[in-house]
Ligand binder design. Structure first.
Ligand code: AMP
Ligand code: GLY
Length: 449
């Protein structure tokens, strides 16, 4: 099978490795020179992932059997539609369907119209005065640009926004400056709880869930600092999380299934690809947002332990014939190494050295992200640099493996969060859920699962 992979981050390196394990011949289209993807591709092209025509041209030139898109941008610009017109199936939804991520207004209105559980109180506004009234009514709110902002546009009262006045000022700014590309804003009630990620494969009708993952968005240790694209993530051998019950996870998966059905009714089109549901575990499961692709870093957790053949899963998605997907019953911890200042003022173009042999000896899996390979040397960019993933029976061991691997990456202007996956941080999450749900008995939870 000749497969076109769009995207050049660590998520895409994980997709590339899974495709390669499944026997694929890889053709990669990416915006930076990711050495991990380059070395396992038959051919690659470096160009912007928004250049849909070039992507289709590259796919046709190489006569690929199907394509898979890692990031949301090409999907939101219609890469699946354009490829299909050229006779090439795509694992990834068409433009109309990718709106589930590209427009937060569309996603909320879809949930509302089709009565999908997990909906929070929300409003979509194009007039800032109306948004202000709603903010006053709700009090603690999340203020969200409608369109794509690379995970950096959402601001919340009590976190990035000090009070209601700051929320009002930001809502006005979002509308006036068209942050995210629309002169509108989504205002939502603020939900308190623990976030988790549910990712599912979708073949148009059937959905197959992947293990639950928790992502760490904050830049610094102890969940402090600004939000980033994600500094790391973990998953458990149970395929649940220490604070997440089977019933809660099934609810999240059901929300994803209902969204697929609603999209079909709304657009007449079948969703084929990966659907990502970012959820908040509160008194019940609330849906925070949908993404139309694998999560980054969450793809690394699930694809590293995927036992089924990923090429066959992709073919089944395309054929509408998806059955199941098997994952090893192991815990995973993913730690990202990023340039100092990542998410604010990153120190880019710094040279780093990566001792791949020692990383392998440590037992971790290495996925390159937004680095550039030039003349045998590696340079950082403004985005995340690389990820290491530890896989083991217990979370503790997986964390130790990932942490030890970080020591084999050297450079002055890089950092990582050493606390991701550690017991201390996970205990805090359990305590939080115990408080929210009024649970007294800690043995209810599977710390170290
Ligand atoms: P999003 O881009 O929608 O994923 O939002 C970014 C982050 O903001 C999420 O991962 C949550 O941590 C937070 N967030 C978004 N919406 C809400 C909400 N309604 N209540 C509380 N936190 C939220
Ligand atoms: N991990 C968050 C995302 O992929 O959007």
């Amino acid at each position: 099978m000749k497969v076109l992979l769009i995207g050049g981050g660590a998520r895409e390196h994980a997709i590339a490795s899974a495709l390669k394990r499944g026997g694929a011949e890889l053709y990669s289209f990416m915006s930076c020179k990711n050495p991990g993807i380059m070395r396992i591709s038959e051919k690659y092209k470096i160009a912007k992932e928004s250049e849909i025509e070039k992507i289709v041209e590259f796919a046709k030139e190489n006569n690929v059997d199907f394509a898979i898109a890692g990031p949301e941008l090409p999907l939101s610009l219609g890469v699946a539609d354009a490829l299909e017109e050229a006779g090439i199936p795509c694992v990834g939804p068409k433009k109309e369907l990718a709106k589930i991520e590209a427009s937060k207004a569309f996603a909320r209105e879809l949930m509302d119209k089709y009565k999908i559980d997990g909906l929070v109180k929300y409003g979509v506004f194009y007039d800032y005065k109306e948004a202000w009234n709603f903010i006053e009514e709700l009090g603690e709110v999340a203020v969200k640009p409608i369109g794509l902002t690379g995970g950096k546009g959402v601001k919340i009262v009590g976190e990035q926004l000090k009070d209601i006045d700051e929320a009002k000022a930001y809502a006005k700014e979002v509308i006036e400056k068209k942050i995210g590309g629309f002169a509108g804003v989504v205002i939502e009630e603020r939900v308190l709880g623990e976030e988790f990620t549910a990712q599912v494969f979708v073949d148009g009708k059937n959905i197959v869930p992947m293990p639950a993952v928790q992502d760490f968005k904050r830049a610094y240790e102890g969940d402090k600092g600004h939000n980033t694209g994600g500094m790391g993530s973990y998953s458990c051998s149970t395929h649940l999380l220490p604070f997440l019950t089977k019933k809660d996870y099934e609810k999240a998966v059901e929300i994803a299934k209902k969204a697929v059905e609603a999209l079909k009714k709304e657009t007449g089109l079948e969703y084929k690809g990966i659907l990502y549901a970012q959820c908040m575990l509160s008194d019940e499961v609330k849906l925070i947002e949908f993404n139309c692709r694998f999560g980054d870093p969450e793809a690394m957790n699930v694809l590293t332990i995927l036992k089924s053949n990923f090429v066959e899963i992709c073919e089944d998605i395309i054929d509408g014939n998806l059955k199941n997907a098997e994952f090893e019953k192991k815990a995973t911890v993913c730690k990202y190494i990023a340039p100092v200042g990542y998410g604010l003022k990153p120190k880019a173009n710094a040279e780093i050295t990566v001792n791949e042999e020692d990383i392998e000896k440590s037992g971790a899996v290495l996925y390159y992200a937004a680095v550039n390979a030039e003349d045998g040397k590696l340079y950082t960019t403004t985005s995340r640099t690389l990820a290491v993933v530890g896989v083991a029976k217990s979370l503790k061991e997986a964390e130790e493996i990932a942490e030890s691997a970080t020591k084999h990456v050297k450079g002055e202007d890089i950092y990582h969060r050493s606390d991701i996956g550690k017991e201390e941080l996970i205990k805090k999450k359990i305590e939080r859920i115990m408080k929210i749900r009024g649970i007294k008995d800690a043995s209810y939870f599977s710390l170290g699962c």
